[in-house]
Write a protein that binds this ligand. Structure first.
Ligand code: NAD
Length: 291
């Protein structure tokens, strides 16, 4: 039976580890938080005493950690030293492209295969096993990672070489952040010009202004399909997480010498929203800032 070490059992990792258990994998779990670890054990994972304890003897290691510095430290300090030859590494965290490439290069240097496999989809998709994985790495590493990722998601897409999963993720989320800001400011302006929001939705959703932020996730309550706007902007995708991804995107743009004026504008606006103490609300609450 395939044994997977799972490091980082927070909001996302908890549900992902539970889905590996449901799909017949033996999961050896470790998290710095006792509460997170206890939940994973309740879901059928085995409790490990440390990262090294979880990793030794495992066939694969999945990490779901907050940021690049945690991923770098966990692999450099513990995973590389404890893993048996042939262990496959999958980092599903959202981190900067440069750190993803650095950690994968260090793994390869030590003879391991590793992919970056960040996800699209939030806590509900992690719990429901319906995440989308964007994967960077060699064809051989992707082929080995695919069945493990499929146990946690509905789509697993190879984005190219190491780091390309992270590149796809932050490019997608930069587009999402900018399109949500544009949708919010447009609805606010339409109302100020005397248009009924539902009437404007009916027109724009079948015209050239149509976009996902409008037709699948409308930021106005009562307009379009059910979305966090209908629930006081609770749940969904938090402003703080959108801000994190926009910062990663503009940082990567600087390194790649790419002009991203819309991404930068979106970052500044989400920073303003976070500064107002709204970091925990859904990212479509941007409309409250722009009204
Ligand atoms: P979280 O803070 O809930 O979970 C992270 C977990 O990692 C925590 O339980 C923490 O204790 C643990 N951890 C940190 N350092 C550790 C270490 N050295 N050893 C062991 N455990 C350690 O975060 P989350 O919401 O689960 O997000 C995880 C990743 O997924 C992030 O990179 C985030 O950007 C990304 N992501 C989150 C969402 C979302 O909706 N929450 C959606 C897509 C992607």
């Amino acid at each position: 039976m395939t044994c997977i070490a799972f490091i980082g059992l927070g909001n996302m990792g908890g549900g992902m580890a539970a889905n590996l258990v449901k799909n017949g994998y033996v999961v050896r779990a470790f998290d710095l938080s006792d509460v997170a670890l206890a939940k994973a054990v309740e879901a059928g994972a085995q409790r490990a005493a440390s990262v090294a304890d979880a990793v030794s003897g495992a066939d694969a290691v999945v990490t779901m950690l907050p940021a690049g510095k945690h991923v770098d430290a966990v692999y450099s300090d513990a995973v590389f030293g404890a893993a048996a030859p042939g262990t496959l590494f999958l980092d599903c965290s959202t981190i900067d492209v440069a750190t993803a490439r650095k950690v994968i290069a260090a793994a390869v240097e030590r003879g391991f295969e590793m992919v970056d496999a960040p996800v699209s989809g939030g806590i509900a998709a992690a719990n429901g096993g319906t995440l989308t994985f964007m994967v960077g790495g060699t064809d051989a590493a992707f082929a080995k990672a695919q069945p493990i990722l499929s146990a946690m998601g509905k789509a697993v897409i190879h984005a190219g070489d190491a780091g390309n999963g992270q590149a796809a993720k932050i490019c997608n989320n930069m587009l999402l952040g900018a399109s949500m800001v544009a949708t919010c400011e447009t609805f606010a302006m339409a109302q100020k010009l005397g248009l009924d929001p539902q009437t404007f939705y009916d027109i724009s959703s079948v015209s050239s202004g149509q976009c996902w932020s409008m037709t699948s996730y409308c930021p106005l309550p009562g307009v379009g399909p059910q979305s966090p706007a209908d629930n006081g902007y609770q749940g969904g995708f938090a402003v703080a997480l959108m801000l994190k991804d926009l910062k990663l995107a503009t940082e990567a743009a600087q390194q790649a010498n790419a002009a991203v004026p819309m991404g930068q504008a979106a970052e500044a606006l989400y920073q303003m929203l976070a500064n107002k103490g709204e970091g925990g609300k859904d990212f479509s609450s941007m409309i409250e800032l722009l009204k």
